[in-house]
Write a protein that binds this ligand. Structure first.
Ligand code: NAD
Length: 258
């Protein structure tokens, strides 16, 4: 049976009630996990209050600011985990960012700055968070990230984020190979397109969703809850033999050639 009782789960990437991370946090909580939440701090404190209010029903025992580009904040996050929880069992990496000009038009137009920023936030952050989580996963653990088929095949406008997802998926394999000896499993979910704050920045997201609704075997795209259910499974002992994998939760879209 799916049971995460006694597991401490740190969830990154909740911005609002459309966030995939919100779907994941709810399903981890429903399975009995003790939830901790990080949010992206901004000057006016808007995310802090909005996200704080949203996650209240999950009674998070930890709620901390963490901009993954800020090494001191990343370290402080895991210091707090150590201090409050002692050990960490589950890390959900569910965040990405690319500036608008990295997500539309000709791919080769992207600036070095925009390219580097997208790769740093969306791919390197999995490495730095996993590095900080590793010593706290003293009883083994599960690290999970979110990716998209645009990291494997060319999707119009996904552009630089596709390169970031390709790097992210390879990070999953190298991290899984390194951490397996500590019984830490590292996997990714490749989700079908869902309307969120981040996906709205990708040019033509609605066309992408309609295309999937026409072509995918299930003739629809997926929900945050479906992604959350698979996340809960992958982070549970039911998935104890799975590591280094990218699991598609996309209504079957990825298998189609036309
Ligand atoms: P979202 O906008 O709800 O979530 C993105 C999150 O990234 C936000 O919470 C934001 O605060 C966070 N973030 C951005 N920059 C950050 C930084 N520097 N430090 C810390 N956090 C930062 O959108 P989402 O669609 O739920 O995205 C979550 C993940 O799912 C992303 O990795 C995205 O690429 C992936 N994904 C999304 C879709 C989709 O169609 N929505 C499909 C496949 C994969």
């Amino acid at each position: 049976m799916l049971n995460l009782t006694g597991k401490n789960a740190l969830v990154t990437g909740i911005a609002n009630n459309r966030s995939i991370a919100w779907g994941i946090a709810q399903q981890l909580h429903a399975a009995g996990a003790n939830i901790g939440v990080t949010y992206l701090p901004d000057e006016k404190g808007r995310f802090e209050s909005k996200v704080g209010e949203l996650v209240e029903p999950l009674n998070p025992s930890l709620f901390v600011p963490c901009n993954v580009q800020n090494e001191a904040q990343v370290q402080a996050t895991f210091d707090t985990v150590k201090e409050k929880w002692g050990k960490l069992d589950i890390l959900i990496h569910c965040l990405a960012f690319a500036s608008k000009d990295a997500l539309v038009g000709d791919f080769s137009n992207v600036s070095r700055e925009a390219f580097t920023q997208a790769l740093d936030i969306s791919a390197y952050s999995l490495v730095s968070l996993s590095h900080a989580a590793k010593p706290l996963m003293t009883e083994g653990g599960s690290i999970l990230t979110l990716t998209y088929v645009g990291g494997v095949k060319v999707i119009p406008n996904y552009n630089t984020m596709g390169i970031a997802k390709a790097a992210l998926e390879m990070n999953v394999r190298y991290l899984a190979a390194e951490m397996g000896v500590h019984n830490i499993r590292v996997n990714g979910i490749s989700a079908g397109p869902i309307r969120t704050l981040a996906s709205s920045a990708v040019g033509g997201i609605l066309d992408m969703i309609h295309h999937v609704e026409n072509v995918a075997p299930l003739r629809r795209t997926v929900t945050q809850k479906e992604v959350g259910n698979t996340a809960a499974f992958l982070c549970s002992d039911l998935a104890s033999g799975i590591t280094g994998q990218i699991v598609y939760v996309d209504a079957g879209y990825e298998i189609m050639g036309m």
